[in-house]
Ligand binder design. Structure first.
Ligand code: CTP
Ligand code: MG
Length: 226
């Protein structure tokens, strides 16, 4: 069964605070984007890759891919992450299963990708996540704590998230028609009433969001090099 991946890279990296999309920032001397693309491009079980980029980054991404001799499909993203994923899905031509991954998570491992591919064939919709370490509070608009959900039931969600292609497409279509915005892809599938299973991820699979994540990222790479 063919498996494709949509790598979404069409954000602007506002919380990082730089001039350019954060994905160009270096980690061990190479752009964050390079680390993420490489792990999928070199994975033997990934047959199709769609990279979703912004109009601002489009020319630079194309030039960089040509220089690296990496062949994949590049499409333009949209205003919200959900729009970017939808554009990416439309560009996958041949995949029965799809992984959706944030380019801002460069530390996903080949083993995790393999595990997601295996799991999605069984479950149809599955996500990588880790148990939260902090106690989480629900806080109202006035700044007063409303409740404290049981920590045992709380998981912090990561990517990749993996789906049977037709299911994710149906979920995106339904959300688009209803004008609903989810904060991840699994949420759209949950709205359809489909069960989504959880695969234990790793605390190293961080999303590079703010400058302190870059420091942590360098440490993760140093540790992996040994
Ligand atoms: N993304 C996207 N299209 C958007 C918004 C986000 O493809 N319209 C991508 C980002 O490039 C990133 C992933 O979705 O790889 C996760 O988003 P996030 O970490 O929030 O990145 P940004 O949106 O770029 O950062 P910020 O929210 O700080 O602006
Ligand atoms: Mg964002």
């Amino acid at each position: 069964m063919t498996t494709g991946v949509v790598i979404v890279a069409a954000g602007s990296g506002k919380r990082m605070g730089g001039q350019r999309n954060k994905l160009w920032l270096p980690l061990a001397g190479e752009p964050i984007l390079a680390h993420t693309v490489r792990v999928f491009a070199s994975h033997p079980e990934i047959q199709e890759i769609v990279l979703v980029v912004s109009e601002q980054d489009h020319a630079d991404v194309r030039a960089w891919l040509a220089e690296q001799n990496i062949q994949l499909t590049v499409v333009l993203g949209g205003a919200e992450r959900q729009d970017s994923v939808r554009n990416g899905l439309d560009a996958l031509t041949n995949s029965a299963y799809v992984l959706v991954h944030d380019a801002a998570r460069p530390f996903v491992t080949p083993a995790q990708i393999s595990q997601m591919i295996k799991q999605v064939q069984r479950d149809q919709a599955t996500i990588l996540a880790v148990p939260v370490k902090d106690t989480i509070k629900v806080v109202g608009e006035t700044g007063v704590v409303e409740s404290t959900p049981a920590r045992e039931s709380l998981w912090a969600v990561q990517t990749p998230q993996a789906f049977r292609m037709s299911l994710l497409k149906e979920a995106h279509r339904a959300a688009w028609q209803a004008g609903s915005m989810g904060t991840d892809d699994a949420m759209l599938v949950e709205w359809l009433g489909y069960p989504v299973t959880v695969v234990l991820g790793s605390y190293e699979n961080i999303k590079i969001t703010t400058p302190d994540d870059l420091l942590l990222g360098e440490e993760i790479l140093r540790k992996r090099k040994g």
